[in-house]
Write a protein that binds this ligand. Structure first.
Ligand code: SF4
Ligand code: SF4
Length: 102
């Protein structure tokens, strides 16, 4: 894994991203109606670690999220999960796909 120490900073330019209080409890993953094993717990951890390559490689998963907030409304740490996903999409659209809008 190649760490990109500026990844989180770049991500913040496209919106809010905050998962620092995540306890890795897995409630979000258990409740996700899509059963996406990666979302959001593991994905957010990769973001915090600066594992940009891995996150970019999961863009299909990031765009498949329904933004239903089932995970968010049950997160014991109060993480704004949907907002974080939106920020990731904005980042991917701008930095990877070269699009102007999220
Ligand atoms: S439910 Fe919240 S605290 Fe638990 S793993 Fe998911 S994001 Fe982290
Ligand atoms: S907002 Fe996305 S990650 Fe959260 S439960 Fe809904 S589909 Fe799953």
């Amino acid at each position: 894994m190649k760490v990109d120490s500026g990844f989180l900073h770049t991500l913040h330019l496209g919106g809010e991203f905050d998962a620092n209080l995540c306890m890795n409890c897995g409630t979000c993953t258990a409740l996700c109606p899509l059963g996406i094993e990666l979302m959001p717990r593991k994905l957010f951890r990769r973001v915090l670690l600066g594992d940009k390559e891995s996150v970019v490689g999961q863009s299909e998963t990031i765009f498949s999220c329904l933004l239903c907030r089932m995970c968010e409304s049950n997160c014991p740490a109060g993480i704004h999960i949907a907002e974080n996903v939106r920020s990731l999409r904005t980042y991917l659209n701008h930095e990877v796909y070269g699009l102007a809008e999220a």
